[in-house]
Design a protein around this ligand. Structure first.
Ligand code: DX5
Ligand code: ZN
Length: 211
């Protein structure tokens, strides 16, 4: 069965605690937390104080997707705030060794993401260190974009060489394309608008969790 990681970027920030309680009750697995700095991506979302606030209200796994330059400057504060998984982008300037040690020394999970135009093979030198690979199926920066089906090949490739690593896909995923996503080898699914924008959030999560 897949793990479902609703992205709170699509939630109502005025009632974030209630939104998270709802997805928790409905059986979602992770809270996907999109941090954007306005440099690595052309958008600013929110920072560490939001994570600290919501950590008090749920025991769900916090899956923190850092779309920021120089993530080594911030990795400690995001871990201290309660992140369980840290994803950094291979395209960002970073001190990778520092990040790896910060995450692993706390027993947390390390993940690396690739943007749509990045060759999947660039991830290979890191694969042995990683708990998860995040394949972007839209250009990072905004929710509600159209899914790029060509990205499925990247998941198929990673799965063909590693049967056990978590493969996450992020961007434009809904009940209309989840079957293809899972078939490609993805086992951790991010869904923003299709979950928080659904008329019936509980039913939508149940439908996702059939895969
Ligand atoms: C995009 C973010 C995604 C986004 C997904 O930069 O990384 O996590 O919130 O939103 P949807 O599912 O609406 O494409
Ligand atoms: Zn994301």
């Amino acid at each position: 069965m897949i793990k479902l990681a609703p992205s709170i970027l699509a939630a109502d920030f005025a009632k974030l605690g209630d939104e998270i309680a709802k997805i928790d009750k409905c059986g979602a697995d992770y809270v996907h937390i999109d941090v954007m700095d306005g440099h690595f991506v052309p958008n600013i979302s929110f920072g560490v104080c939001v994570i600290e606030s919501i950590r008090k209200y749920t025991d769900m796994v916090f899956d923190t997707h850092l779309m920021i330059e120089n993530p080594e400057k911030y990795v400690d504060v995001f871990l201290n705030a309660g992140s369980d998984i840290i994803t950094v982008h291979i395209e960002a300037n970073m001190d990778y060794e520092y990040i790896k040690n910060a995450v692993k020394s706390r027993g947390k999970k390390l993940s690396m993401s690739i943007k749509p135009n990045t060759d999947v093979k660039e991830i290979l030198p890191y694969l042995d260190d990683l708990d998860m690979v995040l394949i972007m199926s839209v250009e990072p920066g905004f929710g509600g974009q159209k899914f790029m089906p060509d990205m499925l090949k990247k998941a198929e490739y990673i799965r063909s060489i590693n049967k056990t690593i978590d493969i996450q896909m992020d961007g434009g995923i809904g009940l209309n394309n989840i079957a293809d996503v899972v078939k490609s080898g993805v086992n951790v699914v991010v869904a923003g608008s299709s979950v928080f924008g659904a008329d019936d959030v509980e039913k939508t999560i149940c439908e996702f969790k059939k895969y």
